[in-house]
Design a protein. Structure first.
Length: 62
């Protein structure tokens, strides 16, 4: 998706913009004064929301 939205070559995207399994990325699609929309990547690969889960062992019930 990053490659398509930002119009970047796919190999460049995979090598330079790594993403985590449960990471959050934020794009800004605010139109400019002339009506043109240039997507801007504001946040990439943020995993701070996983810190609140704690680092203890997870238990899953059947």
């Amino acid at each position: 998706m990053f490659s398509h939205v930002l119009n970047l070559p796919l190999p460049f995207t995979f090598s330079q913009l790594p993403y985590g399994f449960c990471s959050v990325s934020v794009f800004d699609f605010t139109p400019k004064e002339n009506g043109m929309v240039l997507p801007r990547l504001e946040l990439l690969n943020d995993v701070s929301h996983t810190r609140s889960a704690g680092s203890g062992k997870l238990y899953f019930e059947k």
